[in-house]
Write a protein that binds this ligand. Structure first.
Ligand SMILES: [Zn+2]
Length: 193
């Protein structure tokens, strides 16, 4: 037996299947690519299957989820215990109250964390790049020269640079749903600590 070292802050007992928690985006990406490579180059030797309870590709993804969770916690992408699945819904009034309680009434000083790269930006930062329309929605790396790519580099936190994640893109990762009085919902970044 190989000695198993547990990384503090990683949830090893997490049951993503029954709790309905999505896979780590990198597990998803890796296994889907491996499926294609397996068939294209190895005549389907492993025959990875995904989407059903007990599928071998799902188990592989669960194992990779832990691997990537460990990496994220160690590199500081996520606070220990933090999961990408910490989604919540607030009314606009509740959201305003929480922001004010955390950062005070000066909206420019409110800070949000990108769900992909972990970069913390203030409302002023979004204004500085000319995109107050994208506050807490798309990462400011989209408009900065030092921006990194969300898909290839965004999850490698520790670079200290913002990514080009777009809240309106294919992957809807913004964890906070803000419901306005007229029923319109807006998906936002989480407040920074
Ligand atoms: Zn980002």
């Amino acid at each position: 037996m190989i000695e198993f070292k547990r990384i503090p802050g990683v949830d090893y007992e997490i049951d993503r299947w029954s709790e309905g928690i999505p896979h780590h985006p990198e597990s998803e990406k890796l296994v889907r690519r491996l499926m294609a490579i397996d068939w294209e180059c190895f005549r389907g030797h492993f025959d990875w299957k995904v989407g059903g309870d007990g599928d071998n590709g799902e188990t592989l993804m669960f194992e990779l989820d832990i691997f990537f969770d460990e990496r994220d916690v160690q590199s500081g992408v996520r606070a220990p215990g933090g999961k990408m699945s910490d989604f919540r819904t607030l009314t606009h009034a509740e959201w305003m109250a929480e922001g004010t309680r955390r950062f005070g009434p000066d909206y420019d000083k409110w800070r949000f964390v990108c769900p992909v790269c972990g970069f913390v930006a203030s409302v002023q930062d979004w204004k500085d790049v000319g995109h107050p329309d994208a506050v807490a929605f798309s990462c400011i790396g989209r408009w900065r020269k030092d921006g990194i790519d969300a898909l290839t580099d965004g999850l490698h936190k520790g670079m200290g640079r913002p990514c080009n994640y777009a809240g309106g893109g294919l992957f809807k990762l913004n964890p906070v749903t803000v419901v306005f009085d007229d029923g319109i919902e807006h998906r936002a970044f989480e407040f920074a600590d």
